[in-house]
Design a binder for this molecule. Structure first.
Ligand code: G4P
Length: 526
């Protein structure tokens, strides 16, 4: 095997997603413990804007700082190189999460055993389904009272719309929780409530081994065998291929806080999870083992230091070997760029790297060259797709409150939009600028950052809008008739594309009915 294919086959790049509080941060931390990337529990600060009032800027800023460090967590585990991509827990940052999901090859979903599938999990799963991303589900908090595991499996199947296959099985839950039978490896792990130590393993040959009785008692052993028989009867045998094709989601049970069931999850994950996969560019499909380098920017993170505005652009390597100081084509501008100080994220430290391989994330210090979705290559003109903007849900007019600082405000707004913080639309009728976001928090973040990073002041003015949608048509006449009729509600996005601002769902439905020749799109990629 060449060095490149060798490096590709040992990489596992994934994200952990969950509804807030299901245990994503705790699980991430425990995975890092196993990888030796950290040494004590509690070392990872959560990248979430946690239980704070929505208007707590300083908290947001602090969290933003922390999240640079935990954006990507790389570590070695046995022969594998693991890259965990962190996603913000707060739903106002859902769009960041969607974009991060474009840079992973698989996903682990954490579900709370008492709460089952929650709203955010459902939404994120839709994105995984759209992209055919393989998912593994970890049912967490088995040390607490919760629901019957069979009920949970049914709910996972119906709510997440994917077939499931348990690969481990709990022996009771809550106060009576005794351990987990590992179906994948035919082993038994006994639960010892402990936040630092790994659980105790009982050596057994198979499910009929009498050592199970010795370990958990006759009654629970009988119940376990009954459950396992039912599982074998109901669920088809686990197929790695079906999992990789996103047709079935293996399910594990455990308790992240007690480090229970986590190692089993990780050991199985590295074996079955896909290595970096082919990526579709507009021009063609690109295979990771192609020699020339290519990659795309999926995230831009601004520096916290207001006196020294700089960003880190996160580049996912899609093919070939990325090398420090090599000239790369920045496809959008046509410029050749060299990167003298690219960073990698290993064991919680950021350090300069000389090379990186498909599946890796490289942080590139940026002074405004990059936009989310930009492609870098060794020379070929490629455009990686799949980083759509979604139709925002909240809208406000942005007004300049300091006429002396118009330039600063414009520059700040442009750069924040490049980072993907929100979307800017310009009303074609009156030229007013409208910012669209997915959550209230972004308006506060934008106002704060404009002031602190650009010295510009803005004020928000209400606008009552239901949705912004991109419109197009093959019929030029119909398009122009539509734009004429709706001229007060027409805007352009930053690329100059036509956007219709519907002020109610009724208006939108009427427009769709009245203008059948017009196509209405709810994401920017169509
Ligand atoms: P999130 O990132 O998905 O939002 O969840 P996080 O890991 O922060 O976990 C949310 C809460 O659930 C935390 O408690 C955490 O300690 C707890 N938790 C996680 N895994 C388990 C588990 O297996 N069993 C039990 N019983 N609890 C678990 P908290 O009180 O909100 O925060 P903290 O003060 O403990 O950090």
């Amino acid at each position: 095997m060449s060095q490149l294919t060798d490096e590709i086959s040992r990489r596992r790049t994934f994200a952990i997603i969950s509804h807030p509080d299901a245990g994503k941060t705790t699980l991430t931390e425990k995975l890092l413990l196993f990888g030796g990337a950290i040494h004590i529990a509690g070392a990872v600060k959560s990248n979430k804007i946690k239980k704070t009032a929505t208007s707590d800027w300083m908290e947001i800023e602090k969290q933003r700082g922390i999240s640079v460090a935990t954006s990507v967590m790389g570590f070695n585990y046995g022969d594998y190189k693991i890259n965990i991509l962190d996603t913000p827990g707060h739903q106002d940052f859902a769009e960041d999460t969607y974009r991060t999901l474009t840079a992973v090859d698989s996903v682990i979903i954490v579900v709370d055993v008492a709460k089952g599938v929650e709203q955010q999990t459902r939404k994120l799963m839709e994105v995984c389904r759209m992209r055919n991303t393989p998912v593994i589900i970890f049912v967490n908090k088995l040390d607490r009272e919760g629901r019957d595991p069979f009920d949970i499996l049914d709910e996972l199947e119906s709510e997440l719309k994917i077939s499931v296959r348990p690969l481990s099985w709990p022996i009771n839950i809550g106060a009576k929780f005794k351990g987990v039978y590992n179906i994948y490896e035919n082993s038994l792990d006994l639960f010892t409530p402990d936040k630092q130590r790994v659980s105790e393993r009982v050596e057994i040959d198979n499910v009929n081994d009498p050592r199970i009785e010795d370990a958990v008692g006759e009654q629970d052993a009988a119940k376990l065998r009954e459950d396992l028989e039912l599982i074998e009867g109901v669920y088809p045998e686990f197929s790695v291929e079906d999992y990789r094709n996103a047709m079935v989601a293996p399910v594990f049970f455990g308790s992240a806080l007690n480090t229970f069931g986590v190692k089993e999850l990780l050991d199985c994950f590295v074996k079955i999870a896909p290595e970096p996969q082919k990526v579709k560019a507009e021009e063609r499909e690109v295979s990771p083992d192609e020699e020339p380098f290519s990659g795309f920017v999926f995230k831009i993170h601004a520096n916290m230091d207001p006196n020294h505005r700089s960003c880190i652009a996160f580049v996912k390597v899609c093919s070939g070997k990325f090398e420090r100081n090599a000239p790369y084509l920045h496809v959008r501008s046509g410029k050749q760029l060299r990167f003298a100080a690219p960073t990698a994220f290993m064991a919680q430290k950021k350090s300069i790297v000389d090379e990186a391989f498909p599946g890796d994330i490289v942080g590139i210090p940026d002074t405004g060259n990059f936009k989310i979705g930009d492609t870098l290559t060794s020379g070929e003109v490629l455009h990686y797709r799949g980083l759509p903007s979604f139709s925002p849900e909240m809208f406000k007019y942005i007004e300049n409150t300091d006429p002396m600082k118009t330039k600063q405000l414009d520059k700040g707004v442009q750069q924040l939009m490049d980072e993907g913080v929100a979307q800017l639309f310009t009303n074609q009728f009156n030229g007013r600028k409208i910012i669209g976001t997915v959550g209230q928090l972004q308006f506060e973040v934008i106002q704060y950052r404009l002031l602190h990073e650009y010295g510009a002041q803005c004020r928000w003015e209400p606008i009552s809008l239901y949705k912004a949608c991109w419109i197009e048509s093959d019929d030029a006449e119909a398009l122009s008739a539509f734009k004429k009729r709706k001229h007060q509600f027409m805007a352009v996005d930053r690329e100059g594309r036509d956007v219709f601002l519907a002020d109610s769902s009724y208006v939108l439905t009427m427009a769709q009915n009245d203008f059948p020749a017009i196509r209405f799109h709810f994401s920017s990629e169509f």
